[in-house]
Design a binder for this molecule. Structure first.
Ligand code: SF4
Length: 462
């Protein structure tokens, strides 16, 4: 009997499991050194190579088996010890495998490996990512133009915030403690409410809030706020937006001020933000207000500041809080308080949320606003050019009038030419003629200017 028959017999008698289709030396070796697989490891009805799930003691993967086999074959054919490491052939060479030594084949460390990519840097959540610190281009020119508009004579000089802003609603005759409370309450009432409406509600609280005791004064102070019936309070502030919620917040805040802050408003941003209905905007405005604590610790960013700075492209932010962080990262600190006054007024008078007046906006006219309405800006520029021409003409007329008046006055002062005092008669006549000519020329020029003005007035659109 041949050895193959004997081997078959051995497997026929000794094994009941399915044999592998290919009986390579590696397979047989792995079979002989491996412990018996448990039932859990075997999937019946498939090759054993495939049926046995890879385990810690399982044979090396297919590629590794081929390498090991090649190594053994080479070891058996070569009697001499393998040469030391050879020079690496070019990668496209067919004989690359045969030219490698055993050490090359057996040690994967020595093989050239593909350059691994650097691990991607972990990304911070968006809220924690650092905000911009680079000031936007031309920001200082834009700021200066906006300020020009807010100063007397500018297009946004008479904004409601100048007379009815929250900072201005504290009663001048009240104590500093009560004025701080007035500022806080006016800020709490101001959200989603126009300055004019807010001012009326504040005035009512300052005059009509019932006294807490019969002998106390009516008006806005902590004792009266604590004692007032919520229904009465709600009626007094009934014109402001979300007055039901604001009534609730005011009553809760009054209790917190009494219990945790000794009856005064908190003197920290965190303390203020611990009050119901008070966010970062109100906290920073109250902190910086003259009738608050007068300390600038951040920018009070309301809807106008958020909207206009985004229109100018100073940052791309979704919330006022993002805008505040972005602005604080580059805007000089001395402007942190002013920018709220500046942009709230601009937003109320020129850069309105609906129906912006880009034709009157210096920033738009100078071409520095990327959100400007081009049609309005062009109209504004044309209007300004015409106005400029008119102003020049008017100035010319005034100058001529003054000139003629001076000539006439000179003649009146000097009196008629005295021939007896002049050196010669010819000289006297020359002086008189000169005065006459001057007067005639001035009158002509004046007449021409008037005609031109009248003509331009007739052709100008109504
Ligand atoms: S140009 Fe128009 S959009 Fe730009 S700031 Fe002025 S008013 Fe606003």
């Amino acid at each position: 009997m041949s050895s193959s028959h004997q081997t078959s017999k051995y497997f026929d008698t000794g094994a009941t499991t399915t044999l592998p289709r290919r009986s390579t030396r590696a397979n047989l070796a792995s079979q002989s050194y491996k412990p018996e697989p448990s039932d859990d490891d075997v999937t019946f009805g498939s090759d054993i190579e495939d049926a046995v799930k890879p385990a810690a003691s399982s044979p090396p993967p297919k590629g590794a088996v081929r390498r090991i086999t090649a190594k053994r074959q080479r070891a058996s054919t070569l009697s001499s010890p393998p040469a030391k490491k050879k020079i690496k052939p070019p990668p496209d060479s067919d004989s690359s495998l045969s030219s490698l030594s055993d050490s090359d084949l057996s040690s994967p460390e020595s093989k050239p490996t593909a350059k691994s990519k650097p691990a991607p840097k972990p990304r911070l959540p968006k809220s924690l990512q650092p905000t911009t610190t680079k000031p936007p281009e031309n920001w200082d020119r834009v700021y200066t133009l906006a300020k020009q508009m807010r100063l007397p004579g500018g297009a946004a000089s008479n904004a409601a915030v100048d007379t009815m802003g929250c900072e201005r609603l504290a009663l001048a005759t009240a104590s500093p403690l009560d004025r701080r409370l007035h500022t806080l309450v006016s800020l709490m009432l101001s959200s989603q409410t126009k300055d004019t409406v807010n001012a009326v509600a504040m005035r009512r609280l300052q005059t009509e809030l019932p006294p807490c005791t019969p002998d106390a004064e009516p008006g806005l102070n902590l004792a009266n706020l604590l004692a007032v019936d919520p229904v009465v309070l709600n009626e007094l502030i009934g014109k402001v937006g979300f007055h039901n919620n604001k009534t609730k917040y005011l009553k809760q805040a009054a209790e917190i001020l009494r219990d945790k802050f000794s009856g005064d408003i908190p003197d920290t941003i965190e303390g203020m933000m611990s009050l119901p209905g008070v966010g970062p905007k109100m906290a920073h405005l109250c902190m910086a207000a003259d009738n608050g604590w007068g300390r600038v610790e951040g920018i009070g960013v309301d809807v106008h500041v958020h909207r206009i700075t985004n229109l100018w492209g100073w940052q791309k932010s979704k919330t006022p809080e993002e805008t505040r962080k972005a602005l604080e990262s580059w805007l000089p600190k001395e402007k942190w308080k002013e920018i709220n006054w500046l942009l709230v007024g601009l937003g109320q008078a020129v850069c309105l949320p609906v129906g912006r007046r880009c034709g009157e906006c210096e920033v738009g006219l100078e071409g520095l606003c990327r959100a400007a309405d081009r049609v309005k800006v062009n109209e504004g520029r044309r209007r300004r050019k015409d106005m400029g021409r008119e102003v020049v003409e008017k100035t010319e007329v005034v100058e001529k009038k003054e000139e003629v008046g001076a000539v006439v006055k000179k003649e009146e002062e000097d009196g008629p030419v005295d021939f007896t005092t002049t050196t010669t008669k010819t000289e006297a006549i020359a002086v008189k003629d000169e005065v006459k000519t001057e007067r005639a020329e001035s009158t002509d020029r004046l007449r021409t200017s008037y005609t031109r003005i009248r003509r331009s007035a007739r052709t100008a659109p109504a």
